[in-house]
Design a binder for this molecule. Structure first.
Ligand SMILES: CCCCCCC/C=C/C(=O)SCCNC(=O)CCNC(=O)[C@H](O)C(C)(C)COP(=O)(O)OP(=O)(O)OC[C@H]1O[C@@H](n2cnc3c(N)ncnc32)[C@H](O)[C@@H]1OP(=O)(O)O
Length: 343
């Protein structure tokens, strides 16, 4: 479709838009666990950018990851005022590997690009306009506005709008900037590879011509792409969404179940975890039966839990709720029934 639009002489300018009010949330993360198929994004974006006629991105909903990278390959970007834009790959253990790490700094400058790429944060359309990431923001129908705009620039050459040809905006002391950012990113990353690789990729954009920068981006991406950290972070992405959709063998489901207040709980086993759980429950106002069959462990736990509750209460300026917890070494049915108030 794109090839057809770009090669048809009757077509003077092109608008790329999404579907159902969303421009593009990026690549399908599930595809990263198997060999990549389909047209590779980098040549697609290069084809768009090098087109001889203006190409306009009409951004509604979200433009994230590869979606924003595609928009950066366009010559103009028009965003709906409710749209959100970002390069969140760092949260998936990756970097913006379809030219995003090389085009973004050329468009909005190194400090702003470092911020967006290393944090993966989304920006609103208003902030995107302020940063120079988009050319216009509209409250109206974005595709209609983009079509109007595309017609108004149809006779103009897109030559000066190709971000890959922009020099990276100058910064007075690049070395000091990167040293400072790298130090802060390393501290925050606590061993994560992707944020550090993101800084390295942006440094390549700031110091190398575009083709060499792309090569550096590719090398860094190749290391991250198959890393255990990336696999774990991508698993985490889907796991986070799955826990929000739980269902029980009984058929109870997250969206059909009303929450029930919990007033009593029993904690069985008072090791480090059990003690912490008992304290958290008491502090949340729940009456707790704390059960431990090992007498020595029970004595130690009583002391530890009381002092945790006292310290917590002191910090919050309230009385310690020591009366909310009862201890037991009796694992019998009678002891467990104390929870339900049964016989
Ligand atoms: C050498 C190789 C070079 C390769 C270059 C590749 C370059 C491109 C890379 C990328 O684009 S990486 C992906 C970047 N994008 C993201 O990280 C966006 C992730 N998604 C989100 O932030 C949110 O889902 C959203 C898009 C803002 C929508 O949020 P909302 O709250 O409305 O819905 P969710 O519950 O989060 O999601 C709904 C549904 O969709 C699934 N999903 C969302 N995004 C993706 C995705 N990118 N890939 C696959 N699936 C996605 C999500 O899991 C939900 O489905 P269920 O889990 O409920 O079935």
């Amino acid at each position: 479709m794109m090839d057809k639009a770009l090669s048809d002489r009757k077509v003077k300018s092109v608008v790329i838009c999404g579907h159902n009010g969303k421009f593009c949330g990026g690549a399908d993360i599930r595809e990263f666990s198997s060999p990549l198929t389909g047209p590779l994004l980098i040549p697609v974006i290069q084809g768009v950018e090098s087109a001889a006629k203006p190409v306009v991105a009409a951004i509604e909903g979200v433009a994230l990851g590869g979606g924003l990278e595609l928009a950066l390959g366009c010559h103009y970007r028009i965003a709906n005022s409710k749209a959100r834009l970002g390069l969140p790959e760092v949260h998936l253990g990756l970097l913006p590997g379809a030219g995003g790490s090389q085009r973004l700094p050329r468009l909005i400058g190194v400090p702003a690009a470092l911020d967006l790429i290393t944090t993966g944060r989304h920006v609103t359309a208003a902030e995107a306009l302020q940063l120079g990431l988009v050319d216009r923001v509209t409250d109206r129908n974005t595709v209609d506005e983009a079509v109007k705009f595309a017609l108004s620039v149809a006779d103009q050459s897109p030559q000066s709008r190709r971000i890959s040809t922009f020099p990276c905006p100058r910064h007075p002391d690049l070395d000091a900037l990167f040293e400072d950012v790298m130090q802060r990113v390393r501290q925050r990353a606590r061993g994560a590879l992707a944020p550090v690789a993101c800084v390295r990729a942006v440094r390549a954009a700031a110091t190398l011509p575009f083709p060499q920068g792309m090569e550096r981006e590719r090398e860094l991406m190749a290391t991250l792409f198959t890393s255990g950290q990336a696999r774990a972070q991508q698993y985490h992405f889907f796991a986070q969404r799955a826990v929000g959709r739980w269902s029980m063998p009984s058929g109870a489901r997250w969206d059909k179940t009303k929450p029930v207040a919990v007033h009593k709980a029993m904690v069985i086993g008072l090791g480090t975890m059990g003690r912490g759980i008992a304290v958290a429950l008491v502090q949340a106002g729940v009456s707790v039966v704390a059960m431990e069959t090992n007498e020595k462990q029970l004595t130690d736990a009583k002391q530890a839990i009381s002092s945790m509750l006292e310290r917590g209460a002191k910090r919050r300026g309230v009385a310690p709720a020591l009366d909310k917890i009862r201890y037991s070494s009796d694992h019998s049915r009678r002891s467990r029934s104390a929870l339900t108030g049964g016989p």
